[in-house]
Design a protein around this ligand. Structure first.
Ligand code: SF4
Length: 267
């Protein structure tokens, strides 16, 4: 059972040192999506919860309005360590409240989600000067998705979401992330999304802390033939796999005239 708490914060806006961003907004602390590979689990140590990551969610509240003048022409990401349209958003509406405050801002806003609930806020996106919606997709197989990303929208729902956003004139990104070695087929994902996608982003699977153990356990159970590949990448820090893949992505995107950002090289 997920523990729900309301937590007071000073400001929804947080400055960030993340590359090519100025501010991040995370409307929640915690994420009930429970992706097997979740990179955000380190956030547990910044919370008061003893429950495991994925078993709690704090709903952020503040009376301070977002200073839209401070973020004029700045890059703002919603969100980096939670899904802003996770299943609790339907009940608490924190992301909707934030979007309402951002409607008249002149910031460059990127919304990152795995949820069809993002469609609820199309009315607000249409009023914004610069907004783009990034939908993450790592695989197309629904059965596999249920095992790796059990509580987010299905792949069919994400594809439909992408299509509806595009039909409503909203700029769309498919974030092919994480690229899971031997499992993510980036070309196939592009083939099925290219009619509704303005830009592609790519990032590799990073494995930290307990999630490395979980992912290794999953690979050992479902794809034991890949064990040595995973050991090479994540235990011996061999960058060859992702360096080669990154090169392939570059060539494919250039050949197909795609707009893209590629963060997949290295370990
Ligand atoms: S949606 Fe993102 S933050 Fe939430 S569990 Fe999945 S990887 Fe973690």
């Amino acid at each position: 059972m997920v523990v729900e708490d309301v937590t007071r914060v000073k400001d929804y806006l947080n400055k960030t040192k993340l590359t090519s961003l100025d501010y991040v907004i995370n409307p929640y602390v915690g994420c009930p999506n429970k992706c097997l590979y979740c990179y955000a689990a380190y956030m547990s140590s910044f919370s008061k919860h003893s429950e495991e990551w994925g078993e709690f969610i704090d709903i952020k509240r503040t009376n301070k309005r977002i200073n839209i003048f401070k973020i004029k022409n700045k890059k703002v990401m919603i969100s980096t360590v939670t899904d802003p349209y996770n299943s609790y958003e339907q009940k608490y509406g924190t992301t909707r409240m934030i979007m309402e405050q951002l409607v008249r801002s002149e910031a460059f806003i990127t919304v990152m989600t795995k949820s069809k609930l993002v469609l609820r806020d199309i009315d607000l996106f249409k009023k914004m000067k610069h907004v783009e919606i990034a939908i993450s997709i790592s695989m197309l197989d629904e059965q596999l998705k249920k095992k790796i990303e059990p509580y987010s929208s299905s792949i069919a729902e994400r594809l439909e979401t992408l299509k509806k956003l595009k039909q409503n004139g909203i700029r769309t990104i498919v974030f092919i992330s994480p690229i899971i070695p031997q499992i993510t087929d980036f070309k196939r994902i592009i083939e099925v999304t290219k009619d509704y996608t303005d830009e592609y982003w790519f990032d590799k699977l990073n494995l930290r802390s307990s999630f490395k153990t979980k992912m290794f356990g999953f690979i050992n159970e479902e794809y034991p033939l890949y064990n040595s590949i995973y050991e090479n990448i994540y235990n011996y820090k061999n960058s060859r796999y992702f360096d080669d893949l990154s090169e392939e992505i570059e060539q494919y995107c250039i050949k197909n005239n795609l707009e893209y950002k590629n963060f997949s090289a290295g370990t």
